[in-house]
Design a protein around this ligand. Sequence first.
Ligand code: ZN
Length: 206
Amino acid sequence: MEQDIKVIICEFVDHLLPDLTPYEASLYLYLLRNSVLHNGSPEIRVGKRTMAVGYGTGSRGVKTNYAHITKIIKGLEAKECIRIGDTNREGTLYIINLPRDIPIVAEKIAGFAAQDQEEDYFTDPEKRRIVFERDKWICQYCGEGVTTKNITIDHYIPQKDGGGHNKENLRTSCLVCNGIKSGKPYEEAAPLLLKSIQERKARSQS
Ligand SMILES: [Zn+2]
């Protein structure tokens, strides 16, 4: 369950939060906490009065009114975050969708997965070759030709900064330049690369 909560929170923040108003986001969390996170059930029956007390009492003690709560609920329903069931004396039934089951979120997750799959030019040797061919077997930093002995692939935007294995982010690089550039953004590595290139030139001329 702990792992589940981590996934739920990450998917909520990464993919759902950008599409919700702040009011919708907090009401969704309130409903989620009192349904799925409470007893594992996606259903919760609650009256708007209870909801207004639990969710809408601000720091000044002002209670959110029913009309406002109703508007937020309708917003969440329109975005398919919740479904609204019947109403009886104990309140209204709400069915809470987990972030990944909400269409706008599911679409984004599927999009990312597809992108990851088709764009890995780093791990697959056949695809690495496509990068080498594109760069004509020339180190993209020092301009020297490379051989199978000293050829490497550099992530132009470092992996730790979110740079991916897609073709656009990969550069053919010689071992020396990659050692300098590795893990750094280009702006940071550029003066070091230049220094190294000058040293190598000086050495070959002497
Ligand atoms: Zn190089």
